[in-house]
Design a protein around this ligand. Structure first.
Ligand SMILES: C[S@@+](CC[C@H](N)C(=O)[O-])C[C@H]1O[C@@H](n2cnc3c(N)ncnc32)[C@H](O)[C@@H]1O
Length: 205
């Protein structure tokens, strides 16, 4: 349970929209024709439902019960099944499960949790499997006043650098990595221009 996210998701609309994140869609369409996908911090389920519609087996988790309710509603509407668990990563019975890929889409964990969570997520991915990341960069802090509906954490410590992501996932050979501006139009909560990091890596060890 998380009060902030439960209350944000307690509205009828999907606050990040019902369509998948564009980079996520590109990554799945380009690199992941089949397999088991882990979606940490999946919120209202837009990415999970897209992947399930493409035939991937999806396991998602989030700390928000309200996020889960909306994700299951979206899955029902699309006629697909997703396995969506509520809780913190170390408490979830995921050990022993192996994934073809994991995608972290705007999954901004606290600096206390992030390195451990990223390591655990990396360990759940099979050799040759993929890690896919899109999140706000530290430069994003300069965009939030100009674009008040762009969203993202206002605490710079929760934002990413490419070096951070590459180092958290150092057992992955980088396939694509970039930091830069992006125009977002995701529901009512990611609207405007922001600054993001994107990373796709393949597990080598
Ligand atoms: C910006 S939303 C992104 C949701 C989704 N990935 C998407 O792209 O639509 C961030 C999500 O991270 C989740 N989250 C943040 N910290 C978490 C944690 N420690 N454990 C599980 N979920 C977490 C929040 O509950 C929220 O749903």
């Amino acid at each position: 349970m998380n009060e902030f996210w439960d209350s944000k998701y307690s509205v009828n609309e999907y606050v990040y929209g019902e369509e998948p994140n564009e980079y996520f869609k590109y990554a799945i369409d380009t690199y992941l024709p089949s397999g088991r996908l882990l979606l940490p911090a999946e919120g209202e389920g837009r990415n999970a439902v897209y992947a399930a519609r493409k035939g991937l087996k999806v396991v998602a988790f989030d700390q928000s019960v309200e996020g889960k309710k909306k994700a299951l509603r979206l899955a029902d509407k699309a006629g697909v099944k997703i396995d969506y668990r509520v809780g913190e990563l170390p408490d979830l019975p995921l050990r022993g499960e192996a994934f073809t890929a994991a995608a972290l889409i705007y999954a901004h964990f606290t600096p206390q949790l992030r390195p451990g969570y990223h390591r655990m997520i990396g360990n759940l991915i099979k050799p040759e499997g993929l890690i896919i990341v899109e999140g706000f960069s530290k430069k994003h802090i300069e965009y939030q006043d100009k674009y008040p509906n762009i969203g993202g954490p206002r605490n710079i410590e929760m934002l990413y650098t490419l070096e951070m992501i590459r180092s958290d996932f150092d057992g992955f050979e980088p396939i694509e990595w970039i930091q830069g501006e992006v125009e977002l139009s995701e529901g009512s909560s990611h609207v405007g221009v922001g600054n993001v990091v994107r990373f796709i890596g393949r597990k080598v060890s």
